[in-house]
Design a binder for this molecule. Structure first.
Ligand SMILES: [Zn+2]
Length: 496
């Protein structure tokens, strides 16, 4: 039983060390690093990324992987680990060094141009950068091989294909467009008591820390800080960083940002300890990662049961603003649906329509059916068709997201997959757990976390995202539970 598997693990650990350091530097850049440090930080990052790429693509690692692929004495988990690292290495090897560098340079120029263009609402100045990003993305996809969009999507959602996503997202559109129309025809619930009055920022911060602890985020193995755009970065399995943002005139922002990132963070803290330092201590896809944040944020955090427990606490913290607010009014206020222009501000009903629009447009850009020049027009047309609103400018239209400027074509659909998975998982949890909503209403959130630990977190990347969800729910990927959940909930909230 002497094979070279331990040697592979030690090489993987080195790669994970570099991942962790890069993640810590990224966290620092978004939280405490001084602005002037940005340029040297860019060099630090580039140097470490170069080192990581060198290690990952080294012929010695390639030879070791090939040897282990043919090694008969490995068990199933070891075989999976070899396959995971092989997948990561194959993708890195296929793209020529010159293209990697060209892409990195184009990306940093594009990001800077996007930031300025967005501020000035000047799409024309961003357009040549987008053209370059699309051209280089095609070259990358062709280097990776197979169907172009699939080659890019595979980075975020391994195994998923455009051909499978098209009917899934079409089913979402057919279910959601009429629901959004029906809701738009009704009077929106009052939320003036939540948006507008001043809520003490320090009290909000204390509340988010309390929520993190209650949800089950381990503050001994992680921390929370503030940033402009909330995110979760993993330094190691024992050091997971989440961030939140606090606005004095909108306490929901901090509450839901914290719950969302806690969902990501608890997943990262929940991998089987036996897998730490291996390719299995990882989420199998961005979609399943997003299912964890969305499940806590929407399925739990916007439920009546959750607020039956937390509203009294909120009233105690903010008696002047919320002292007279009843549970029913509060529940409706956190579930207002409003077809709007901005994806990141979208409610859970309209959100997937924002994704669908981006999915369709990025496919068209990549194939050449749509040229960058015509993007603003195509964007606005789809906004009207799906959401019934059109942006007055490109800054709030096709330039609102960082993804394309950053070169991340193929990322957007993972958000909708996350929403679909979250509804499947929550429905399965409620089916299997006696008095599930009663427990949540009593503030016993540990029941749900334990269920997720057992069904999703612990196995990490032992199975694909779809296989993990299939094992947890007994069902294949489906948007039906999400559509059922949204129709039932919002028919009640809006009296449809
Ligand atoms: Zn997220």
């Amino acid at each position: 039983m002497s094979n070279r598997f331990p040697e592979l693990l030690s090489k993987v650990r080195e790669l994970k060390d570099l991942d962790g350091v890069l993640s810590l530097m990224g966290w620092d850049e978004e939280t405490y690093a001084p602005r002037a440090g940005r340029a040297p930080r860019g060099r630090h990052t580039a140097t470490l990324e170069g080192l990581r790429h060198e290690r990952l693509t080294s012929p010695a690692l390639g030879a070791l992987i090939e040897e282990l692929v043919a090694e008969p004495s490995l068990d199933d988990a070891q075989r999976t680990m070899v396959a995971r690292i092989k997948h990561r290495r194959d993708r890195a090897v296929k793209v020529p060094e010159a293209l990697v560098r060209a892409f990195a340079e184009a990306r940093s120029l594009s990001l800077a141009a996007w930031g300025d263009a967005r501020k000035a609402d000047d799409y024309a100045s961003f357009r040549p950068h987008l053209e370059t990003i699309v051209r280089l993305s095609r070259e990358r996809a062709d280097a990776l091989g197979g169907e172009r969009y699939d080659a890019l999507l595979d980075e975020y959602e391994p195994g998923m294909t455009k051909a499978r996503l098209i009917p899934i997202l079409a089913e979402l559109r057919e279910g959601l467009v009429p629901l959004v129309r029906a809701i738009a025809a009704k009077k929106a619930p009052d939320r003036s008591f939540l948006i507008g009055p001043a809520f003490d920022e320090e009290l909000q911060w204390q509340l988010t820390l309390r929520l993190l602890g209650d949800l089950g985020f381990d503050l001994e193995r992680g921390r929370q800080d503030r940033s402009a755009h909330p995110f979760t970065n993993t330094v190691s399995e024992h050091d997971v960083r989440v961030t939140t943002r606090i606005f004095a005139d909108n306490p929901l922002s901090a509450i839901f940002s914290t719950i969302h990132e806690a969902g990501h963070g608890m997943y990262e803290q929940g991998f089987d300890a036996a897998h730490h330092g291996t390719p299995l201590a990882d989420a199998p896809s961005m979609g399943i990662h997003e299912s964890q944040s969305r499940l806590w944020e929407n399925q739990v955090g916007r439920s009546r049961a959750f607020w039956s427990h937390y509203l009294p606490e909120l009233r105690r913290l903010f008696p002047a603003q919320l002292g007279g607010v009843e549970l029913d009014a509060f529940y409706r206020a956190v579930n207002v649906v409003e077809p709007g222009l901005i994806r990141v501000d979208a409610d859970e009903v309209t959100y997937n329509l924002h994704i669908l629009l981006r999915f369709e447009l990025e496919i068209a850009l990549l194939s050449g059916d749509l040229v960058a020049k015509d993007l603003p027009g195509a964007w606005n047309e789809k906004m009207r068709a799906y959401l019934g609103v059109a942006p007055p400018n490109d800054a709030d239209g096709c330039m609102q997201d960082i993804h394309w400027a950053w070169g991340a074509i193929g990322y957007f659909p993972t958000y909708s997959l996350g929403n679909a998975y979250s509804a499947q998982l929550m429905a399965a949890f409620v089916r299997e757990t006696p008095d599930a909503w009663g427990a949540i209403g009593r503030g016993n959130l540990g029941v749900l976390l334990s269920w997720l630990r057992g069904k999703v977190h612990r196995s990490g990347y032992l199975h694909s995202a779809e296989e993990t969800v299939r094992r947890a729910t007994g069902e294949a990927l489906s948007v039906k539970p999400l559509l059922e959940y949204l129709k039932k909930k919002y028919s009640e909230v809006y009296g449809l």
